[in-house]
Ligand binder design. Sequence first.
Ligand SMILES: Cc1cc2nc3c(=O)[nH]c(=O)nc-3n(C[C@H](O)[C@H](O)[C@H](O)COP(=O)(O)OP(=O)(O)OC[C@H]3O[C@@H](n4cnc5c(N)ncnc54)[C@H](O)[C@@H]3O)c2cc1C
Length: 330
Amino acid sequence: MIKRLREKNIIVEMEVSVTDIQENDSNVRVILQHKDGRQEELNSEWVIACDGGNSFVREKLGISFTGKELTQHFVLADAEVQSDLIKDEGYVFISDDGMFLFIRFNEKYSRIIAEVSHDPLLNKAKNLTYEQVKQLAENLCPFPLKISEPVWTSGFWIHENMIANYRHKRIFFAGDAAHLHSPAGGQGMNTGIQDAYNLSWKLAYVLHGKCSEFLLDTYQIERQQVGRNVLRNTTLLTNVMTTHNFIVKHVRDFVISHLGKMNFVQKKIANTFSELATSYSKNLLVKDCMPWRSGPKVGTFNADIFSRLQTFHNGTSFVLLSIRLNMRIS
Ligand SMILES: Cc1cc2nc3c(=O)[nH]c(=O)nc-3n(C[C@H](O)[C@H](O)[C@H](O)COP(=O)(O)OP(=O)(O)OC[C@H]3O[C@@H](n4cnc5c(N)ncnc54)[C@H](O)[C@@H]3O)c2cc1C
């Protein structure tokens, strides 16, 4: 990505920190601290704050990030895992002792995640020893796993937090700086990238004078709803997967083992977690003039149409499609 940006004369600077930020009606003033101690003042029309869950910009502007902390505690380890299970599939094992998940994420390594809320030794752990990783796998995974020494381990708690407004005058918030949630379903990075994608083409249109600033308000309208849904779904999934409630456990197990096998349920889950089901149909930018007709809906993603469009359309410009209507009058 950095190489592609360089080809377009956009240089990504590493180890540069924002140490101060102020905005007025026409401009944002940012103070940057370089690694060599040099300070730089930057004046910009717009700023995108994508500085993570502990966003400096958010805190500097005194913007609240409200929500709650979930009670569960998890640990993770990235290691080489050998087993008789299918290599390119992810596995989740749920038991009363805790949830255990492992998923291969590249040629070499798998990520192991275990819920350790009820383990008095591990439920405050910030990282794990090799012995503890092996022990967890032995206790929580019903299949034998051969695990190499992990390259990274960490403990983590989950915050469910959200910013009230993705735009603060001339500053936009994107990614974890705007929304923080459970990693269940692996959506954090994807949601942040979608934020950036949604905002960047709009900013480009405004900066090039092709559109009024009104377009920028649609960023908040479109993306906050997506963020809210992600927070709700990931918290629900985390709670359901780690529940010790007898009734919820039985309903969950029934749903997974029966409904979970059905094609349309699998498709619905895949579409939700891949965020392909994201819809912008109810906002200011689109209008369905024929809501009664069948076929793809305005403002929604349609894989079939999208794959055909991609041959001549990069997704950030407008395309006029001419559709021939065959009308029969009888
Ligand atoms: C255990 C775990 C598993 C996860 N698994 C998945 C997954 O499978 N799929 C998925 O999509 N997401 C996953 N996520 C979430 C994902 O990692 C985050 O949502 C994503 O990294 C957020 O990206 P971001 O760019 O918004 O923030 P960050 O990745 O936090 O990046 C923020 C950047 O801003 C920089 N920064 C901070 N302050 C300043 C400052 N003052 N000046 C300059 N720079 C600054 C930081 O150094 C950092 O580089 C997981 C998260 C966890 C904890």
